[in-house]
Write a new protein. Structure first.
Lengths: 114, 112
């Protein structure tokens, strides 16, 4: 496996369900990110982890709960979501958060909330 | 202050033509301006990037033009090909990857 891998690729859930998105990077990076991508909108940064420590939470509702057990894995736990949370959720990694460098994105998890 | 405004929202170009996508910013602290390319079903991938100490950077058929005084930068795709059909995002940051601010994207379609 190479690059940034996200699972599942597609997820449909009801508003009362609990599910998790998983991201794994094989690039040896120390920073990982969750972005939300909605149609015709800029990518929205949700969470940032650097060396497993959360460094940023961009006013994301508590129904989204991130977890970073190590520098290679990142999870986004979802519970009691709203239909407006339907979007493509992208995971990304970079060498370190303070580098002005390249973000490497996964292919995303397409979430539909019914 | 943190916004990056991108236009047009969509663009249709004939094969062999020039595709031009524009971005404007307000934050004068931005010092890194990348462009990302996203194909359907894929995540964005870095295409080309520029820093404000140069006015132009070219990589193959892709060129970034940068106008510091106007706080604008643009992506030019020369000899556009159907394989270039994708969504293009401009972005800007002031010192770190975690501070990247993205534009809203341009969906480019190159007709054969």
């Amino acid at each position: 496996e190479t690059g940034v891998t996200q699972t599942p690729r597609h997820l449909v859930m009801g508003m009362t369900n609990k599910k998790s998105l998983k991201c794994e990077q094989h690039l040896g990076h120390n920073a990982m990110y969750w972005y939300k991508q909605s149609a015709k909108k800029p990518l929205e940064l949700m969470f940032v982890y650097n060396f497993k420590e959360q460094t940023e939470n961009n006013s994301v509702p508590s129904r989204f709960s991130p977890e970073c057990p190590n520098s290679s894995h990142l999870f986004l736990h979802l519970h009691t979501l709203q239909p407006e949370d339907s979007a493509l959720y992208l995971c990304a990694s970079s060498t370190r958060t303070w580098d002005t460098g390249e973000l490497f994105f996964g292919e995303g998890s397409r979430l539909t909330v019914l | 202050q943190q916004q990056v405004k991108q236009s047009p929202q969509s663009l249709i170009v004939q094969k062999g033509g020039i595709s031009i996508i524009n971005c404007a910013y307000e934050n004068t602290a931005f010092d890194y301006f990348p462009w990302y390319q996203q194909f359907p079903g894929k995540g964005p991938a870095l295409l080309i990037a520029i820093r404000p100490d140069v006015s132009e950077k070219k990589e193959g058929r892709f060129t970034i033009s940068f106008n510091k005084s106007a706080k604008q930068f643009s992506l030019h795709i020369m000899d556009s090909q159907p394989g270039d059909s994708a969504t293009y995002f401009c972005a800007a940051s002031s010192g770190s990857a975690r501070q990247l601010t993205f534009g809203s994207g341009t969906q480019l379609t190159v007709l054969p």
